[in-house]
Design a protein around this ligand. Structure first.
Ligand code: HEM
Length: 182
């Protein structure tokens, strides 16, 4: 495993475990609907922050945007689209790469989760678009890792702080999906 990826993985391991526990198994359509809603609440905001920040930075790479695909899945499940949960990102390359590590890395977990969605009867072009899109393109992750490893050692801690902030944002977004409707 490449050095900065190993570092970020170790630095966020505990938060990833908390998030897994919070999401739990996708055993029913309503579990899956909550997963999509929590993902949208989190991801739409982080993607928007990355889009704004990347415009002004010399990065030879752009994060993948999947919020619109999530919107289709939500509509196909008949789940109300939640509001994105505000997220702010520092305007520097290390923070962008740390945040992107979390969004791009979630595609690795998607390979596991997509099997649950398909088992529930959803398909790559109906209800399981987001997880299918993520798991269908391993080259996106490889391209990202090449860009990630260009970051100098002095900036690693800043990248890890940003990755932790994004994981914490996801935990908050999924926690609010567990609350009963107001
Ligand atoms: C129940 C939900 C989830 C499960 C079961 C899960 C599972 C996994 C698994 C099995 C991997 C490792 C895959 C591999 O090494 O090939 C992984 C990696 C990863 N996941 Fe998740 N994941 C979940 C949710 C999420 C979410 C919601 C996010 C982000 C918001 C996320 C972020 C990451 C990241 C950043 C990695 C890359 C770690 C590395 O560098 O290897 N995961 N996940």
């Amino acid at each position: 495993m490449t050095p900065l990826r190993s570092f970020l993985r170790a630095e966020t391991n505990e938060l990833h475990r908390d998030l897994d526990d919070l999401i739990g198994p996708l055993a029913s359509p309503s579990d899956y609907g909550r997963f999509l809603a929590g993902t949208y609440r989190h991801r739409a905001a982080v993607e928007a922050a990355l889009r704004e920040t990347c415009v002004s930075l010399p990065l030879g790479w752009r994060p993948r945007e999947l919020a619109s695909v999530l919107e289709l899945d939500l509509a196909e499940l008949g789940v109300h689209r939640p509001r994105a949960m505000p997220f702010s990102l520092s305007n520097d390359i290390a923070s962008v790469l740390g945040a992107s590590y979390v969004l791009e890395g979630s595609a690795l977990g998607a390979r596991v989760l997509v099997r649950d969605a398909l088992r529930l009867g959803f398909e790559a072009d109906r209800g399981a678009r987001y997880l299918s899109a993520q798991s269908a393109s391993p080259e996106t992750w490889r391209d990202f890792l090449a860009c990630l490893e260009s970051l100098g050692r002095a900036d690693w801690n800043r990248a890890a702080d940003s990755a932790r902030q994004v994981f914490s944002h996801a935990i908050q977004a999924f926690s609010s999906e567990k609350l009963p409707a107001a």
